[in-house]
Design a protein around this ligand. Structure first.
Ligand code: R1X
Length: 249
């Protein structure tokens, strides 16, 4: 076998067992900058991978890009390289009143509209977070004073406001919408690994972003705001702290 994994070109061996995964390669670099002894392990396509340590715990921070079909390639290859505990730290739109921009949503489970896992398993198979990951993220959020919520997330391949159809989960109490989490949760369940996710809200009331007059417009969605950046800073520490809590168990 070759020394590097085929898609991400991560070394096959030697990675820490605990990982934070994010969509954006630049965000992976920002989270990795919080570590001691940060090293860039690899950077191919959208997959940027760092290692370092957080309060003495060796960790991986890696980017998976936008969308579950691409992201699942990173999850599989990280698992092959030895990662056992995954936390996705991402951004999401809020689906419920009372969840504000910059707040965190800790995922309990996800709807599998991800565009890839239906090709692996029937739709009845659940995408659930490991309970210990949910509790670790919740505790870390509380300890960091980060406003946070818990709930079921809608992972959906067609996420952009201009692509959102009329919502079919009205009344189902979903907390947030994003694009990759269910693929991570399913990958972890299939492989007997631990996974969870925490999402920073970058569009409150996402279900109201659809403009009835011009349904293909992305106009109202603006994730680049200070309130979101502040939430991302809190969420990065929450994710790393949650990994540390999980490693202590
Ligand atoms: O999961 C979603 C995707 O990665 C959240 O943000 C991106 C789309 O803008």
């Amino acid at each position: 076998t070759q020394d590097l994994l085929p898609v991400t070109r991560i070394p096959r061996t030697g990675l820490p067992a605990h990982a934070v995964v994010v969509g954006d390669p630049a965000r992976a670099a920002a989270v990795a900058a919080l570590l001691d002894g940060t090293e860039e392990v690899s950077y191919h396509r959208e997959y940027r991978v760092f290692s370092g340590s957080w309060k003495g715990l060796p960790v991986v921070v890696a980017s998976h890009g936008v969308g579950a079909p691409g992201a699942i390639l990173l999850f599989q290859e990280l698992a092959e390289a030895g990662v056992r505990v995954f936390l996705r730290f991402g951004t999401a739109g809020a689906m419920k009143p009372g969840i504000a921009d910059g707040d965190l949503v800790v995922a309990e489970a996800a709807v599998r509209d991800d565009g890839v896992t239906h090709q692996l398993l029937p739709p009845e198979y659940p995408a659930v977070a490991a309970p210990e990951a949910v509790l670790a993220l919740q505790r870390a959020a509380r300890e960091q004073g980060a406003p946070h919520h818990r709930g079921v997330v809608w992972t959906r391949a067609a996420f952009q406001p201009g692509l959102l159809p009329l919502f079919s989960y009205d009344g189902a109490g979903l907390a947030a919408i994003e694009m990759e989490l269910s693929a991570l949760l399913v990958t972890a369940s299939l492989r007997g690994l631990v996974a969870g996710g925490v999402l920073v809200i970058d569009g409150a009331n996402a279900d109201e972003l659809v403009d009835e007059e011009s349904p293909f417009s992305t106009g109202a969605y603006d994730p680049h705001r200070e309130v979101v950046a502040a939430g991302v800073e809190r969420g990065a520490v929450v994710s790393l702290e949650a990994l540390r809590l999980l490693a202590e168990e």
